[in-house]
Ligand binder design. Structure first.
Ligand code: PAF
Length: 287
């Protein structure tokens, strides 16, 4: 597995690979790889000749009071995990290579889907994500890019961007990967104390309860969301930011009844750690 450090080197590598008629899969990450990332890498290496994993903690998607400085970083561990999952290249640029002096171009998905859910408390976050993802698509010349459904709003924003800007890339959504006890995998889980981690299980438990209720025919979304809030509130350390339902992937308001493909998403703080999780459901539970 190769480690490539600069956009110019990766672009030259990708151009050569493409000139040989090979396909390129891109797995964009901020590193500290876990089983969720590894599932994306495995999927990409099944579907493409070459898999590039970017490991870049993107400064433009962090707000001023967020965890840019403390975000976990361990390139040696990431190299081993990426190689084991089937990556051919790790792209690990420095911030100044991605955003050199006089950098001034940003991609902003302004349709409203970036203003709801996480966008309410993280202004500018999706602009940073859309910008870096566009740059990564261009540099890697990828045919396909792989994103986890855990960041369902991010996935929807990227799908919208790709469609709006006629980008020639296939976005491959991949299911949430959970720990054995249900906690959705996230690099930020490492911030949780033992007590917070134990109480954070209320998130997946609440979503599972909602999913079961839907399977049993419940369609009243207000009651479903109330049930989720009640279950999470049993954890004394949980501070709920939102529990919302919107259509997926359009992220439009849905009425009170579950009558189409719907994202039920939540964000909850445990101390200074903000966790997100979600389910995508349909009245007949085809998801
Ligand atoms: O999901 C993430 O890890 C990041 O938002 C991404 C897509 C790698 C962009 O920095």
């Amino acid at each position: 597995m190769q480690i490539i450090k600069t956009p110019a080197e990766l672009n030259a590598y990708a151009a050569k690979v493409k000139s040989e008629g090979k396909t390129v899969g891109l797995v964009p990450t901020m590193g500290y790889l876990h089983e969720g990332h590894k599932s994306l890498i495995r999927k990409s290496s099944e579907q493409n000749d070459v898999t590039i994993v970017s490991v870049f903690v993107n400064p433009t998607q962090f707000g001023p009071s967020e965890d840019l400085e403390t975000y976990p970083r361990d390139l040696e561990r990431d190299k081993a995990a990426a190689e084991q999952a089937g990556a051919d290249v790790i792209f690990h640029p420095e911030p100044e290579d991605m955003y050199p002096k006089r950098y001034g171009t940003y991609v902003s998905v302004d349709s409203g889907i970036t203003k709801i859910l996480c966008g309410k408390t993280r202004p500018g976050h999706f602009r940073g994500v859309a910008t870096v993802v566009t740059k990564l698509f261009n540099i890697s010349m990828a045919d396909r890019a792989y994103f986890g459904q855990k960041d369902a709003q991010q996935l929807a924003v990227i799908m919208r961007m790709v469609s709006d800007l006629n980008m020639n890339i296939e976005i491959v959504p991949c299911p949430i990967v959970r720990e054995a006890d249900g906690l959705a995998m996230s690099s930020r889980n490492t911030y949780l104390s033992a007590e917070e981690r134990s109480q954070a299980l209320s998130l997946s438990a609440a979503l599972k309860q909602a999913e079961d209720a839907i399977k049993n025919g419940r369609t009243n979304l207000d009651k479903i969301k109330r049930g989720i809030r009640d279950k999470i509130s049993e954890a004394p350390l949980a501070d709920i930011e939102y529990v919302e339902s919107v259509t997926f992937p359009e992220l439009e308001p849905c009425g009170g009844q579950l009558d189409r493909k719907t994202l039920i998403a939540l964000a909850v703080r445990f101390g200074t750690t903000r966790l997100i999780d979600n389910i995508i459901v349909s009245p007949n539970q085809e998801g």
